[in-house]
Design a protein around this ligand. Structure first.
Ligand SMILES: Cc1ncc(COP(=O)(O)O)c(C=O)c1O
Length: 419
C-alpha cells in the first residue's frame, strides 16, 4: 500500500475521507491521566460501545418488572436470547446459522470441542499447535492428552519458526503436517497468533490436515471480528473465540463456537452434555435422556448469562451494520499506515514482527534499555498498548474506533520514548 507522507495533516485527510471513521463516536474511550487517550489495546479488551448500557438496562428493567416471567415475556425473551446472536455470528465468521453459537468462555469451549474432536487412538494421537501458543491453550491441550492417557511430551507437537525467525513459514507448517502423517489426530492453531499477529491460511491448513484424516480446529481469539473468514466453505471442523477483544462485549464476555455442519446431528459424537443442549421442545418435560439439538446448540451446557449476551448484542449490532469485509479493508489500510509510520520514523530501534499475512494487530520488538519502563511511560501519557516479555509491544488499530490520527500520535510517542 502506498501512503502520502508522515504528516499530521495527511492523517487528518485519511480520517476525513474514510466513511467508517464515524463509528468511533459510538465507543467510550477510557479516561486517561496524560495528554491522550490513545487506545491500541483492543486485541486485549475492546472498548465499550455507548449503547451497551442501554442493552443491559433493558434486561435489568425486565428482570425487575417480570421476575422469572422474563424468560418468556421480556422484551427480548431470555429463553431464546442466545439465538439473537446467531445470525450476526454466522455473518461474522462465514458460517451457516446452525453452525454457530454464543456460549461459555473461550477455554471452556476449547475443552468442549476437544472432547468431540480429539479422539486419540494408539497410533493416531498427536496434536499440532504453535510453539508460542497462549498458555491457556497449551494447558488445555496438554490436559486433554493426559486425560486420554498420553504424555503431552509425546502427544503435543509444537510448530517452531526457523532459527532467528519469529513467524512460521507456510511450507514448514505443511511439511510438519505431512511428517506427522497418520499419527496426527488434531491440528489446533490460532488463526491469528496472539504474540506475532501471524495469520495462517486456514483453508490450506484444513486441506493439509484432512489429507491425513486429522480434525482441524482454530482458536480465533485474535481472529473473530478481526479477520474475514469462511469457516463453512473452508471445511473447518471447529472454531472457538472470545468476544471481549475485537467483539467489544466487555470483560469476561461470553464466547463463541463453530462446528461444521458435517458434524451436526450425530447422536453418538463424544460430547459433554447439559440441559441447554437438548431438544428445545421437550427440555422442560425434564426427562432423563439427552436428545441433542441438531445444530451446534447441542454443545451448550447451561442457560446462558443474559447480561453478557446483552452486551454482546450491542456490539454485534454495530458489526452487522459496518460489515466485517468493510472493516477488514479499513483495518488493512490503517495497520499498513501504522507500519509505514513506524518504518519511516523509528526504523533503527524497532523491528516489526508481524508478517504481511495478518489482521489488525501489529507486534514490534523494541530496542530499549528497559522496555517495561517504556511501557510505564506510555501508560502515564494515556497510551494503551501492551507488553509481552521480554521485548514485544503489541498494538492494534481497531478499524471500528481507531483513527489515522491515533496512529500518527502513537508513533510520535514511540519515537520520543526511544530517543
Ligand atoms: C489465544 C488465547 N487463548 C486463550 C485465551 C484465554 O481466554 P479465556 O480466559 O477467555 O478462556 C486468550 C485470552 O486472552 C487468548 O488470547
Amino acid at each position: 500500500m502506498n501512503y502520502n507522507g508522515t504528516s499530521l495533516e495527511q492523517a487528518k485527510t485519511y480520517d476525513n475521507e474514510d466513511q467508517l471513521s464515524t463509528y468511533r463516536e459510538q465507543f467510550t474511550f477510557p479516561q486517561a491521566s496524560g495528554e491522550f487517550p490513545l487506545y491500541f489495546a483492543g486485541h486485549s479488551l475492546g472498548l465499550m460501545p455507548k449503547k451497551t448500557k442501554q442493552y443491559i438496562d433493558q434486561e435489568l428493567e425486565d428482570w425487575g418488572k417480570l421476575g422469572v416471567e422474563g424468560h418468556f415475556r421480556a422484551k427480548n425473551p431470555w429463553l431464546p436470547y442466545h439465538e439473537f446472536i446467531t445470525e450476526s455470528f454466522a455473518k461474522l465468521v462465514g458460517a451457516k446459522p446452525s453452525e454457530v453459537v454464543a456460549m461459555n468462555t473461550l477455554t471452556v469451549n476449547l475443552h468442549m470441542m476437544m472432547v468431540s474432536f480429539y479422539r486419540p487412538t494408539k497410533n493416531k494421537f498427536k496434536i499440532l499447535i504453535e510453539n508460542n501458543t497462549f498458555p491457556s491453550d497449551k494447558y488445555a491441550v496438554d490436559s486433554q492428552a493426559r486425560f486420554h492417557g498420553f504424555d503431552p511430551k509425546d502427544a503435543v507437537v509444537e510448530l517452531k519458526p526457523r532459527d532467528g525467525e519469529m513467524t512460521i513459514r507456510e511450507e514448514d507448517l505443511q511439511a510438519q503436517i505431512d511428517d506427522l502423517g497418520d499419527s496426527l489426530a488434531l491440528i489446533m492453531l490460532g488463526n491469528c497468533n496472539y504474540l506475532s499477529g501471524q495469520y495462517f491460511d486456514m483453508e490450506k491448513v484444513v486441506k493439509w490436515g484432512h489429507t491425513h484424516n486429522a480434525f482441524v480446529g482454530f482458536n480465533m481469539a485474535h481472529g473473530a471480528g478481526n479477520l474475514a473468514t469462511k469457516l463453512h466453505d473452508w471445511n473447518v471442523d471447529f472454531a472457538i473465540w472470545c468476544s471481549y477483544k475485537y467483539l467489544n462485549s466487555g470483560p469476561g464476555g461470553i464466547a463463541g463456537a463453530f462446528v461444521h455442519e458435517n458434524h451436526l446431528g450425530q447422536k453418538d459424537i463424544p460430547r459433554f452434555e447439559g440441559w441447554w443442549g437438548t431438544n428445545k421442545d421437550t427440555r422442560f418435560k425434564m426427562g432423563p435422556d439427552f436428545d441433542p439439538i441438531n445444530t451446534v446448540e447441542a454443545w451448550q451446557l447451561s442457560n446462558p448469562p443474559i447480561f453478557q449476551l446483552a452486551a454482546l448484542r450491542a456490539s454485534m449490532d454495530i458489526y452487522d451494520e459496518a460489515g466485517i469485509d468493510n472493516l477488514r479493508k479499513r483495518g488493512d489500510h490503517l495497520t499498513g499506515y501504522l507500519e509505514y509510520l513506524l518504518k519511516e520514523e523509528c526504523t533503527e530501534k524497532v523491528r516489526i514482527v508481524t508478517p504481511e499475512k495478518r489482521g489488525s494487530m501489529l507486534c514490534i520488538k523494541i530496542q530499549a534499555s528497559d522496555p517495561k519502563a517504556m511501557v510505564d511511560t506510555f501508560h502515564n501519557k494515556g497510551v494503551f498498548v501492551d507488553f509481552r516479555e521480554p521485548d514485544i509491544l503489541r498494538m492494534t488499530p481497531i478499524p471500528l474506533y481507531n483513527s489515522y490520527q491515533d496512529c500518527y500520535h502513537l508513533v510520535q510517542v514511540i519515537k520520543e520514548c526511544l530517543s
